[in-house]
Design a protein around this ligand. Structure first.
Ligand SMILES: *[C@@H]1O[C@H](CO)[C@@H](O)[C@H](O)[C@H]1NC(C)=O
Ligand SMILES: *[C@@H]1O[C@H](CO)[C@@H](O)[C@H](O)[C@H]1NC(C)=O
Ligand SMILES: *[C@@H]1O[C@H](CO)[C@@H](O)[C@H](O)[C@H]1NC(C)=O
Ligand SMILES: *[C@@H]1O[C@H](CO)[C@@H](O)[C@H](O)[C@H]1NC(C)=O
Ligand SMILES: *[C@@H]1O[C@H](CO)[C@@H](O)[C@H](O)[C@H]1NC(C)=O
Ligand SMILES: *[C@@H]1O[C@H](CO)[C@@H](O)[C@H](O)[C@H]1NC(C)=O
Length: 841
């Protein structure tokens, strides 16, 4: 792929020098509609369309000037009046300049003189282009619609046409002004799709509707801060994993260069802030992407994706190389901003891409380190993003639709065919695996099901062009397919009947419930009234909505009404694993085979979290209460995503910066406050011993040396006498080889240093092998899979630094010792267990 050859959009030098503070459009019309006086918004004067100066633009005999008698006090006077069209009506503006223009409409419906503007349903044509079709402008909060299009005539007509039963159209304000020549140009644009990157010509002929305009890593910018009076909003709510990104701010104004981006492309503030890879507190693997999901119109709708860059993070030229992906497709490889900006740091550039939305209505943008960047300098940045939909302007749209439909059917049958083929291949592979009874367990993990799109985007009226406090809150966005009305949840849980409580956690109470369609669910209700965990809540929804896996508890829906935060999960019949291992309600002890299958299932779920579709998710709170069993004793890992949420009620939790549960917590994470997926591996090791010994991870009632299961079991494991401490029920029921292997796996998981622990993938394969050993005596003679054969890879990708733990000098020396015999030095674990026994009471 010759993405390297991509040309950055070269901008013709402006007539005005860069230092000039503002841009003056040649054509510039601002109308306050239905008003007899001028109104002002962000220091711009909008001329009343019923004044002498304004009325010349209007040609609509039967239109009505409507004034809101009771305007909300915080609304600009611009929104106190509206022009109402009961018939086709129009504004006409003479044009002095050919080329790109911006057209904006302000809609703020109200009720007056018998008209209810909220009921309006109308279409809008700009220069003959149908830009809004059967449009219903929202709920009463001002809504801004912006279109960017080429005008090549001496006049521009804007038509309002009432539709349907309402017979009403309206508008509060209209802006028409000419854009700088270089705002949209016809070269340097790249079409990004599954088949690679190709040139996209003819961009300037498209009618564009602004859907998102984002100041990445920065604050909201208003028309005060932008020479084209645009609004830019922060990016946080679109980040798929918030912890992956870290905002950076520069205090120096950008070095604008001739032929590059200008202040009219994006204001200073956009280029002075960015998000970079958050490598300090990385909860992720050492290489990861920063990813944003932007909701847009679903189903292959074409969009312009304009990305803004300015290297405000590098200490020197040519040290930052990163890759850009759109919808998971490579869009730009090894992007080196230094070489694009004539070798100057902090110089603004932008790149235009064209891409289609996916079927669920998302444009996904990712930036991540390039293979060219060394481990020390690994970084990736983004300063700004604009997403504009290419509007299908054809008025009679029937033939276009049928062609698209036909295409979808074609695509559908191809995809269907591929899926079928895949299933057949997977089936054959499984058969083969079974027959050979081992080797390559890798291929058996085929079952990880892809994500079924559940989200439905509510249409273009959700444009994010909000301004002021009067505009809809960010929460208004979302994954509407998953939204469950509060009343349904009340019904399902008998209004949060206390007798239906099945658990409690850091997030709040968990209730059992039955939805209207008889689906059993677990309803997790955040503390009512407290919106503290809102960001986590939104992260959880974003992440969970994408995850569907047999061994992960899936999200059925959520509710955000009445300042409630409620997550609705599938109900997992037999509840937490812990309950089946020990304690009062242990009905019938699980067999060894069942226990192994449960561990294998949970390992598979975790492995998927670490490496699968939404890769890089660290659970952070693996324990036997977070592994649930369904009616067939299939393990499902619960509670991922939210595990980062605020203060914990559960007293076994640490409520400091380190999250997790006592007894399961990775000592390395505890010391270094740095989380990797190996922290989950540690916790999983504790669960393995819990499964084997049927006792809690921490039991303060026991003798001192037995309180901490991990320590105690490791001692016996190293003595080779693990069978002395196993669940009495299992005595004599486990094959020696199987027990030995199991003990080895658990021991490896509990290695003091993350780099010495296996990946979940290896844990999984070795557990499967353990099961085979138990089931089939002959297999012992067959070749044993290499334990943790990628230990070296692990060393390569994890930042191995020797940390000196205060008061524990020997942990330093421990790094050089042979890892197989590492537990002769117990001091670090002893320090750790001290903490546990002191605080864990
Ligand atoms: C409205 O603004 C226009 C242009 O700035 C000005 O010529 C006109 O006098 C103003 N009209 C009123 C009623 O203030
Ligand atoms: C704009 O272009 C159209 C057609 O190309 C032409 O008729 C018109 O005169 C041009 N207007 C200006 C102001 O250049
Ligand atoms: C608006 O009018 C069109 C045309 O009659 C109709 O198809 C559409 O359903 C109406 N939309 C709403 C939301 O009422
Ligand atoms: C560019 O696109 C416009 C509108 O889609 C179309 O009318 C025109 O023919 C196209 N021009 C070229 C050179 O493809
Ligand atoms: C945006 O403009 C307003 C008004 O001039 C100013 O108070 C604010 O500081 C500006 N914001 C930024 C980020 O420059
Ligand atoms: C970043 O995302 C792309 C596209 O989804 C993927 O191919 C790539 O492997 C990811 N890189 C990392 C380091 O996760």
């Amino acid at each position: 792929m010759d993405t390297q050859k991509l040309i950055i959009a070269l901008i013709l030098p402006l007539l005005v020098p860069c230092s000039s503070s503002s841009f003056t459009p040649i054509d510039n019309y601002l109308l306050s509609c239905g008003s007899q006086s001028n109104a002002s918004l962000f220091n711009r004067i909008f001329i009343g369309d019923s004044t002498n100066q304004g009325s010349i633009f209007l040609s609509a005999d039967k239109s009505i000037s409507l004034t809101n008698q009771n305007p909300p006090p915080d609304f600009s006077t611009l929104y106190h009046s509206a022009r109402v069209f009961t018939n086709r009506g129009s504004y006409k503006f003479s044009m002095r300049k050919n080329g790109t223009h911006l057209v904006r409409f302000h809609f703020s419906p109200f009720k007056a003189q018998g008209f209810d503007l909220k009921a309006a349903n109308f279409s809008v044509l700009v220069g003959g282009n149908l830009v809004l079709r059967n449009f219903k402008p929202g709920k009463g909060t001002p809504l801004l619609k912006e279109f960017i299009l080429k005008v090549e005539s001496n006049s521009l007509e804007i038509v309002f046409r009432p539709e349907g039963d309402s017979g009403l159209g309206f508008v509060n304000a209209v802006e028409v002004f000419s854009a700088p020549d270089d705002l949209v140009i016809d070269y340097g644009t790249k079409l990004v799709g599954p088949s690679g990157v190709e040139e996209y010509k003819n961009l300037s002929s498209q009618v564009l509707e602004t859907i998102h305009r984002i100041n990445v890593g920065g604050v909201k910018l208003t028309p005060f801060n932008d020479t084209l009076w645009r609004i830019w909003i922060p990016d946080e709510e679109f980040l798929v994993i918030k912890d992956a990104a870290k905002p950076v701010v520069s205090t120096h104004t950008p070095n604008y260069q001739n032929g590059m981006a200008t202040r009219e492309i994006a204001p200073d503030n956009v280029y002075m802030t960015a998000q970079e890879m958050n490598r300090d507190h990385s909860i992720l693997a050492s290489r990861f992407n920063i990813t944003w999901d932007f909701p847009v119109a679903p189903g292959g709708v074409r969009h312009l994706v304009r990305l803004h860059f300015c290297d405000i993070v590098s200490p020197a030229l040519n040290v930052l190389y990163f890759d850009v992906y759109i919808n998971g497709h490579s869009a730009y490889q090894d992007l080196d901003l230094s070489s694009l900006t004539f070798h100057e740091l902090a110089s603004p550039v932008y790149v235009d891409f064209v891409a289609d939305s996916d079927r669920s209505g998302v444009i996904q943008i990712s930036v991540g380190p390039s293979d060219l960047s060394g481990d020390m300098r690994m970084n990736a940045i983004l300063n700004g993003a604009e997403i504009m939909q290419m509007v299908n302007v054809v008025d009679s749209h029937s033939h276009v639709v049928t062609r698209k439909k036909r295409l979808w059917i074609l695509v559908g049958s191809i995809v269907g065919g591929i899926v079928l083929l895949f299933i057949i291949v997977a089936f054959l592979l499984t058969l083969q695996c079974r027959r050979k009874k081992k080797k390559k367990p890798r291929q058996r993990t085929v079952e990880s099901v892809g994500w079924t799109p559940l989200r439905v985007f509510g249409g273009s009226s959700l444009s994010r062009m909000s301004e002021g406090t009067a505009f809809p809150s960010p929460g208004a966005y979302g994954y509407f397919g998953l939204r469950i009305p509060f009343t349904d949840i009340q019904l399902a849980t008998n209004t949060f009947d206390r007798s239906l409580i099945i658990g409690s956690g850091g997030f709040g109470m968990v209730y059992k419930g039955v939805l209207k369609d008889n689906v059993k669910v677990a309803v997790k209700r955040g503390m009512p009234g407290s919106r503290q965990g809102l960001p986590e809540f939104q992260t959880e929804i974003t992440i969970l909505s994408k995850i569907r896996h047999r061994h992960l508890v899936s999200l059925v829906g959520y509710c955000e009404e009445n300042s409630e935060m409620i997550l609705v999960y599938e109900y997992v019949e037999k509840g937490p694993l812990k309950r089946h291992l020990y304690g009062s309600s242990r009905d019938e002890p699980l067999s060894w085979k069942q226990r192994l299958e449960i561990c294998i299932g949970a390992a598979r779920g975790l492995h998927y979290l670490h490496t699968g579709f939404a890769q890089g998710i660290i659970h952070r709170d693996i324990k036997s209460t977070n592994i649930l069993l369904d009616e067939n004793y299939v393990a499902k890992v619960a509670d991922f995503g939210l595990s980062r949420s605020g203060p914990c009620i559960n007293e076994t939790h640490v409520s400091t910066g380190v999250k997790g549960s006592f007894g399961y917590l990775d000592p390395e994470y505890f010391r270094r406050q740095q989380l990797t997926d190996k922290s989950d591996v540690y916790s999983f090791g504790v669960v393995l011993f819990e499964v084997l010994c049927a006792r809690p991870a921490v039991d303060p009632q026991l003798d001192r040396e037995q309180v901490n299961l991990a320590e105690w079991a490791l001692e016996w494991q190293k003595k080779g006498m693990l069978e002395h401490i196993i669940d009495p029920y299992l005595v004599g029921k486990i094959k020696q080889s199987s027990l030995k292997k199991f003990g080895e796996i658990a021991e490896k998981c509990l290695a003091e240093y993350g780099v010495d622990r296996p990946t979940m993938g290896h844990v999984l394969w070795n557990l499967e092998y353990t099961l085979q050993l138990h089931e089939n005596e002959e297999s012992e003679q067959e070749m044993e899979p290499e334990l943790y054969d990628d230990a070296n890879d692990v060393h390569g990708s994890v930042n191995v630094t020797t940390t000196i733990v205060p008061g524990n000098p020997s942990s330093n020396i421990r790094r050089e010792s042979d890892s197989d015999n590492g537990y002769s030095d117990m001091s670090a674990t002893q320090v750790f267990s001290q903490l546990i026994t002191n605080e864990g009471r």
